[in-house]
Design a protein around this ligand. Structure first.
Ligand SMILES: [Zn+2]
Length: 206
């Protein structure tokens, strides 16, 4: 087997969980695996307090923290369109199989999707075999670089809700948590539409 990240050949140690199909076969070498760092910070930025978005996002969990290695892997995944790399993270999402909340990946703006050719967050869930629902539509196409303090007070919401979410518990999935704008906007609009609980899980916390 060749590592999906560094291309070096590696041998997977046989294990019972693999033989019994409990675990998916490893797709990256141990050396690359060790370069990822587990996220330590929990919760979201305090500067959302006192804004119109306060109290809408109930909780936030991130799996990894951002480092140079993660930056390179995400670059290869998102910008070089190496969709295969979604498999690297499938064990990180596999626990969602027993999730009772409605699983909602953060959608891309249709224009952005055309540009990128694949929905990067959807693909993470597809690789892990996790079913999801999409009640959100991205209505504003803003780039990462434009996200700033001003986003916390703006009233123009980045998403609209296109399906009934009344009384639903929702778990939002995103690749990155940076300023929190995306997740706070999504939680705000979902609760306005009647969702009772909105939590979030992100692959990486910057
Ligand atoms: Zn490797």
């Amino acid at each position: 087997m060749n590592c999906l990240i560094c291309s070096n050949e590696f041998i997977e140690k046989p294990s019972w969980s693999y033989l019994f199909m409990i675990k998916q076969p490893q797709v990256i070498c141990d050396k690359c695996q060790k370069k990822f760092e587990q996220a330590e910070m929990k919760g979201f930025h305090k500067d959302w307090e006192g804004t119109i978005f306060e109290g809408f996002l109930d909780s936030l969990t991130s799996i990894y923290s951002y480092n140079e290695f993660m930056n390179d892997v995400l670059h290869q995944y998102k910008f070089l369109q190496d969709v295969e790399l979604a498999k690297v993270f499938r064990e990180d999402f596999v626990h969602l199989k027993s999730e009772t909340a409605m699983i909602v990946p953060i959608p891309m703006h249709p224009e952005k999707l055309k540009e990128r050719t694949f929905a990067q967050v959807d693909e993470l869930l597809i690789a892990a075999n996790i079913p999801f629902t999409q009640p959100l539509q991205k209505t504003m196409n803003i780039t990462q670089g434009k996200k700033s303090k001003i986003d916390r007070t703006q009233s123009e919401i980045l998403f609209s809700v296109t399906e009934n979410v009344v009384g639903k518990s929702i778990l939002l999935i995103d690749d990155l948590y940076t300023t929190g704008t995306t997740l706070h906007h999504a939680a705000y609009i979902l609760k306005q539409a009647g969702a009772t609980n909105v939590s979030a899980l992100t692959l990486v916390r910057v």
